[in-house]
Design a protein around this ligand. Structure first.
Ligand code: NAD
Length: 251
């Protein structure tokens, strides 16, 4: 079920957290994985884990917000069948705590990043009339998240990007979908929780926004990415798949 044998995938931000879990799962299901991250050592360690498990992949250190660098990837990578735009950054603050520079910084990575990678690899998919693009948005792409103004703006833009691409191009057979996780226990989130005076209380508070009272594991997000990458999801395009433990259901 959900074999990716013979597919070439590229996962951004695959040096850590959700991106790493997606890269490992795609490799396990038979895909070659280009592991892209601005942190070269992190990308290499994901590739080492892929190879140790018998999979195939290669690391590339690139900042997805750099249009020249992302465009240059095309000369090294002739074909990508599965593009996962996962690299993203956050910022805590409401309007008073958000500078224009904060918004620009998040926009460059969270919105221009996926846009840059699509500019590089979607034309080839359109020519081949096959491909799946998966953008990591967030619950913040569907609902406003308190004190996360810049993050909410940029993740709503990721959902908009996904829907617009699906509308313009899905008649070609290329699909575009967004995954919207609630809170996920990644190394980044764990490190932030550890900084609180009472980490257990901080975890419980963050987890309590989700009706089931816990955060997701990165592997639970990777499973959704696998479905959206696989041919079994051929009818799914332009969708925003919420994986939020019920957060968006109401309160
Ligand atoms: N963790 C959560 O609770 C959560 C919830 C909803 C959505 N998301 C989204 O999922 C994605 C992954 O989140 P995570 O928690 O796994 O993050 P993480 O911080 O654990 O990992 C992100 C990876 O992306 C890389 N990266 C950051 N900026 C980059 C850039 N400009 N170019 C290339 N690589 C870059 C980092 O080096 C890191 O390896 C993000 O888009 C995030 O917004 C996360």
């Amino acid at each position: 079920m959900f074999s990716l044998l013979g597919k070439v995938s590229l996962v951004t931000g695959a040096g850590s957290g959700i991106g790493q879990a997606i890269a490992l799962l795609f490799a396990r299901q038979g895909a070659f994985v280009w592991v892209v991250d601005r942190n070269a050592a992190a990308a290499e360690s994901t590739v080492a884990a892929i190879r140790a498990a018998g999979g195939q992949g290669e690391a590339i250190a690139v900042d997805v917000s750099d249009p020249a660098a992302t465009l240059a990837l095309a000369s090294r990578i002739p074909q990508v069948d599965l593009l996962v735009n996962n690299a993203g950054i956050g910022h805590v603050g409401n309007l008073l705590g958000t500078a224009a520079e904060d918004l620009d910084r998040l926009h460059a990575v969270n919105v221009r990043g996926p846009f840059n990678l699509c500019k590089t690899f979607v034309p080839g998919m359109l020519e081949r009339r096959a491909g799946s693009v998966i953008n990591l948005a967030s619950i913040g792409g569907v609902l406003a998240v308190r004190d996360r103004l810049a993050y909410t703006i940029t993740k709503h833009a990721v959902v908009g990007l996904t829907k617009a691409l699906a509308l313009d191009h899905s008649h070609t057979g290329v699909r575009f979908n967004a995954i919207c996780p609630g809170r996920v226990e990644t190394p980044f989130v764990k490190a932030r929780i550890a900084e609180y005076p009472d980490p257990q209380k901080a975890y419980a508070e963050m987890a309590s926004t989700q009706l089931n009272g816990r955060m997701a594991r990165p592997e639970e997000i990777a499973a959704a990415a696998l479905y959206l990458a696989a041919d079994e999801s051929a009818m799914v395009t332009g969708s925003t798949l919420l994986i939020d433990g019920g957060w968006s259901a109401g309160k």
